[in-house]
Design a protein around this ligand. Structure first.
Ligand code: ATP
Length: 301
């Protein structure tokens, strides 16, 4: 069985600054670096590190950056299905301040033009019982169509609606919704995460996880709700914590772990991520995940 991650990949340029700039200001960074990013790539890598079989479906440009991303991804992901578009590869600029807060700007020509269901290759490859994991970077109509088709084919569908699409009112095609607190509030109008989680469940999502940053996460599974405590962390850089959480959680579910336990381990993995610099570079390695959950190693051997 496979997790099909359908989303974006991009080149991330990161700048570490004492503080984030104000409008019109120019600041010198303390350090800078270039790496692989994009929520699709991040979540696919986090899922793959749990030992799950992952196929990544994503658009890249027909340019050197697209080739470079393909090579980097091949080292982490079991199967790559990259569509090469005649567009510039997507890029993000990530600014991180001394408290670990971040600001991100993305140029997303490839993600904006990508329709994963257009050619039928995805539906030809997925099987009943597989998992589909999507984010909010692709056009909303394409995302909804893909989720609906997957659900109708008997897949377990996971949606992390980030960045938030303007309007999602029907979540019947979502088995598990993972949103952070601001996203949950904007989707439902409810500031209280518990009320927001119930509302998202009422909109059709079978299960809901709302991530609460340093406060852990809230799980709504049917009518039961559970607080997932945070793992203590010294915050260095919060970028990618949400992707680490979503990818790890999906990978662990696919490996057969119950939802509440998987959310607890994903929370511990994301705490490791915020304790060091970088996005994907900060995700726990497979060895670190196996140290958190020794049975994962046995199951995969
Ligand atoms: P980002 O956009 O920065 O990637 P996000 O807003 O999508 O993150 P958060 O809710 O901030 O997601 O964080 C996701 C998970 O990471 C949390 O549910 C929690 O488990 C873990 N986490 C985040 N911040 C902290 C922290 N300060 N201490 C411990 N764990 C944290």
């Amino acid at each position: 069985m496979t997790i099909h991650v359908v989303g974006n990949v991009c080149v991330d340029m990161s700048f570490h600054l004492k503080r984030l700039p104000r409008a019109g200001e120019t600041l010198n960074a303390q350090s800078a670096g270039e790496g692989l990013g994009g929520k699709g790539a991040n979540q696919a890598v986090a899922a793959a590190r749990t030992g799950a079989a992952v196929t990544l479906w994503a658009p890249v440009g027909n340019d050197p950056a697209g080739l470079w991303m393909g090579e980097r991804l091949a080292a982490e992901i079991t199967t790559l299905r990259l569509s090469r578009l005649d567009l510039p590869s997507d890029r993000s600029v990530v600014l991180v301040d001394g408290r670990g807060e971040n600001l991100i700007v993305t140029a997303a020509a490839c993600a904006d033009a990508f329709d994963p269901t257009a050619e039928g290759a995805l539906a030809a490859e997925w099987r009943t019982g597989d998992v589909l994991l999507m984010q909010g970077n692709l056009p909303i109509a394409a995302t909804v169509a893909c989720l609906r088709q997957a659900r109708a084919s008997g897949l377990f569908t996971v949606l992390n609606p980030s960045p938030l699409p303007e309007d999602v009112r029907d979540l019947a095609m979502v088995s598990l919704l993972i949103a952070n607190r601001p996203e949950a509030e904007r989707l439902t109008g409810e500031a209280d995460p518990q009320l927001a989680a119930r509302r998202l469940h009422a909109l059709g999502a079978e299960a809901v996880v709302i991530t609460l940053g340093g406060d852990g996460a809230l799980l709504q599974d049917g009518s039961a709700s559970l607080h997932i405590p945070p793992r203590q962390a010294e915050v260095i850089d919060t970028s990618g914590a949400g992707d680490c959480f979503a990818g790890t959680l999906t990978g662990l579910l696919h490996r057969g772990m119950p939802l509440a336990k998987a959310a607890e381990v994903a929370s511990a993995a994301a705490a490791l991520c915020v304790g060091r610099p970088g996005t994907m570079a900060a995700f726990p390695t497979r060895a670190e995940l196996f140290a958190l959950v020794p049975s994962l190693k046995t199951d995969i051997a």
